[in-house]
Design a protein around this ligand. Structure first.
Ligand code: SF4
Length: 338
């Protein structure tokens, strides 16, 4: 007889947000062919931070970025990621030349039982697995280190960290499985600069601009010169200046209220019971209020709109075993949890 099914917080979060999306991902094992760009960039930064916090070797980090973007000469998106990741990690290394914490573990995985808090009994159907970005020590206290990339950090963003129940639940599992008492979470937030590399003017654009300037000039002439594309070096310099600004990196420490452990355990248990019921009845209903939750269509929108058409599946999706976050660092992006 097979044992309990491995689950992750992402699965339970998705089940809570839209059961249909959970069915597409975790029962049918479908993912869109085109990976969300925010997730790819977040994974790259996760990997860089792991290398940096393990060895504090900036050339090794930059080499990793070079190797992760092999087609940057031809591919604009890779080129953008390469520039941003390079400048971000150089800025990060300059901002934190030393740390107040000592690294205990990086990219640590755990697996633990899901417990019914009312009876203390463990689920026979599911276990929960996860991975934390880091465990660090300050004095005699341990903290989870959680990396985030963000478009901007403001009061709302920091306020929303309170709703990041995933990491609090993980703290509970780390305590139980690794035997460390976790005092709190250190959020390590890196801001994505919005600067764009100047692409210059085409010959036609330049001629049009010069014609307009000349038309407005009393002499009927213009001394305008064609704007050339910004060189990689010049763009890196602009990015470096941006990443020297204090607001581009932020650390926020939240202490865990231990009452939250019991509440999250109870919630997780309820989700397992609801999932078992949905699976038994084959009733994974749609939550259409969630289709545009992140101000863009849900990854399964074409599939739901087509009523689950096999053609849509064939053209837009592929099968990938679930729980990718246990295999790569794809959890650094901005999408809020629960
Ligand atoms: S498109 Fe809407 S209903 Fe369909 S899975 Fe996504 S959130 Fe759920």
């Amino acid at each position: 007889m097979s044992g309990p099914v491995l689950t992750t917080y992402s699965m339970w979060s998705l089940f809570r947000n839209c059961r249909k999306a959970c069915e597409w991902r975790y029962i049918h094992e479908l993912v869109p062919l085109e990976r969300d760009h925010n997730l790819s960039f977040g994974s790259l930064i996760h990997e860089c931070l792991e290398i940096w916090h393990r060895d504090r070797d900036l050339p090794a980090v930059l080499d990793h970025i070079d190797r992760a973007c092999p087609n940057r000469a031809q591919d604009e998106r890779e080129q953008r990621d390469w520039h941003l990741a390079t400048a971000m990690m150089k800025g990060y290394a300059a901002r934190y030349p030393t740390e107040e914490f000592e690294v205990v573990a990086l990219e640590k995985t755990f697996e633990g039982k899901i417990v019914n808090p009312a009876t203390g009994a463990s689920s026979r159907s599911f276990v929960l697995a996860g991975r934390v970005d880091g465990i660090v020590r300050i004095g005699d206290e341990h903290f989870l280190l959680e990396h985030k990339t963000a478009s901007q950090i403001d009061a709302d963003y920091l306020e929303r960290l309170w709703t990041d129940f995933q990491i609090i639940l993980y703290a509970w599992y780390v305590e139980r499985t690794l035997g460390l008492r976790i005092a709190g979470i250190i959020y390590n937030i890196l801001v994505k600069a919005r600067l764009q590399q100047g692409r210059g003017e085409t010959e036609a654009e330049f001629e049009e601009r010069r014609r307009k300037l000349a038309a407005r000039s009393k002499t009927g002439k213009s001394s305008a010169r064609r704007r050339l594309p910004e060189s990689d070096e010049a763009f890196q310099e602009r990015l470096a200046a941006k990443y020297a600004e204090p607001g581009m990196f932020h650390r926020e420490t939240l202490y865990i209220s231990r009452d939250q452990f019991a509440a999250l355990q109870a919630e997780l248990w309820e989700l397992t019971q609801a999932f078992l019921d949905a699976r038994r009845r084959g009733a994974f209903y749609w939550n259409t209020a969630f289709c545009f939750h992140y101000r863009r269509p849900c990854a399964y929108f074409p599939l739901c709109r087509s009523g689950g058409s096999p053609n849509v599946i064939e053209n837009l999706y592929r099968k990938v075993p679930p729980h990718e976050e246990l295999r790569d660092g794809s959890s650094c992006e901005e999408a809020p949890a629960f």
